[in-house]
Ligand binder design. Structure first.
Ligand SMILES: [Zn+2]
Length: 421
């Protein structure tokens, strides 16, 4: 058990401030209380939180651990001229080169970045066509070691032929028979009819949803209309995707009004990634007609959800009628997604302690002003995941962070070497 002493708890939906000690129970599914337990356990960890704010920790609704070793990597001699070329010249070369050691290093780096920036839950979308079988176990173990809860999937695709698709389906089935997860698809334009059908059947069997990139770039929609004579959402509707529960559609920038209605009517949640969209120049997201089930992700760009929310507000307000409150709701929507789908690892004993010496008064009514304009991940001092202290005074408690980074640099060089070939 952990006791957070003398801090101020900020309720994540009302921003009410509660200046009481918090007693955090350990274990998945457990909670916290403002009242001390009848019997104080001998292994109690007490943390002085004087002047600190305590909040629900965050979660990332769309992440790619596989890109974690790409920071600073050599770029193609001729820069990609389109989104599809960016995939072909960069990301599909990276994911194809990944082996077990690189996947593990990537996952550890991703989990450490999440933990240190206050995210205790990551929904990841993984691809490693050269090392498919067992890849999800490597990521799950790495996340477990850091103490980050997860909902993983393998990015099934026909881009390496039907054999590659089969292996992706098999890895998904193998993993879902042991752990909670989703059925991952790359995107409509790299998934043929047979593979789509089998992926939907797999999701139905495991009572889970499909996690897929949808209309990230106009090319996805164009390909679908040219090949199948319909939009991406209409194609997915006919394949039975919308009869599934807990689907996650990433991006959704180029959706038309009919597609938005189909999505809003179903149990499909959007995961939008503003930093990534700006970086790829694929256009701007608007939630118009999509309903309230919109979450935020980072799409492999970084692990900092506070930064992600800031970009969502600053870049989003030019394209749709949003407010800081609406963007903050989207940031927190992952908690509702995980609860609605009975996903483990996201109960109330997931918390972060902010060391924020506020330059102006912080009250319930102006919390969002502080959140978007003054609070940053650097203010996160401690992070508690499933009642366990995984970050203490800004440092990971579960693994030797310096060792993780040293190994990641070795694996990054190996990966970059492969890309030259
Ligand atoms: Zn993505």
């Amino acid at each position: 058990m952990i006791c957070l002493k003398n801090g101020t708890y900020i309720e994540w939906q009302t921003f009410e401030q509660i200046p009481l000690d918090i007693w955090v129970e350990e274990g998945e599914g457990a909670s916290f209380s403002f009242k001390p337990p009848d019997n104080i356990p001998p292994n109690l960890i007490t943390i002085d939180c004087t002047g600190r704010y305590i909040m629900r920790s965050l979660g990332n609704a769309h992440q790619h651990a596989y890109s974690a070793l790409c920071t600073g990597m050599p770029q193609p001699e001729v820069p990609p001229a389109s989104f599809v070329e960016t995939l072909q010249k960069i990301w599909w070369r990276v994911d194809s080169a990944l082996d077990a050691d690189m996947i593990r290093a990537s996952a550890l780096v991703t989990a450490v970045a999440a933990a240190k920036s206050g995210s205790t839950f990551v929904i990841d979308h993984h691809a490693s066509p050269g090392f498919i079988k067992g890849s999800l176990d490597i990521i799950a173990r790495a996340f477990d070691e850091v103490g980050i809860s997860h909902l993983l999937c393998y990015e099934i695709t026909d881009r390496n032929g039907l054999k590659g698709a089969r292996e992706g389906l098999a890895e998904t089935e193998r993993y879902l028979s042991q752990r909670q997860g989703l059925v991952g698809l790359h995107a409509s334009f790299t998934v043929g009819e047979q593979t789509l059908k089998e992926a939907v059947a797999l999701a139905r069997n495991f009572n889970t949803g499909i996690h897929v990139h949808v209309a990230e770039d106009g090319a996805d929609e164009n390909h679908c209309r040219q090949t199948y004579g319909k939009s991406v959402a209409e194609r997915f509707a006919e394949a039975g995707v919308f009869e599934l529960k807990g689907n996650i559609f990433a991006h959704g920038i180029h959706l038309n009004a009919i597609e938005r209605r189909l999505i809003a009517k179903s149990d499909t949640w959007m995961a939008v990634n503003f930093d990534s969209n700006l970086n790829n120049g694929v256009g701007a997201f608007s939630g118009m007609g999509l309903g309230p089930r919109i979450m935020l992700g980072t799409d492999g760009m970084h692990g900092d959800m506070m930064a992600s929310a800031r970009t969502a507000w600053f870049s989003g307000k030019g394209y749709e009628a949003i407010t800081p409150a609406r963007v903050f709701q989207r940031l927190q929507m992952i908690h509702l997604y995980l609860a609605a789908n009975k996903i483990k690892g996201n109960s109330d004993n997931n918390l972060m302690v902010l060391n924020y010496d506020s330059p102006t008064p912080l009250i319930q009514e102006n919390f969002l002003g502080h959140w978007f304009y003054s609070l940053h991940a650097r203010h996160i001092e401690h992070v508690i995941a499933n009642g366990r202290l995984i970050v203490r005074e800004g440092h990971l408690t579960t693994l030797d962070e310096a060792e993780v980074m040293a190994e990641a640099r070795i694996q990054a060089l190996r990966l970059w070497g492969e890309l030259k070939n």
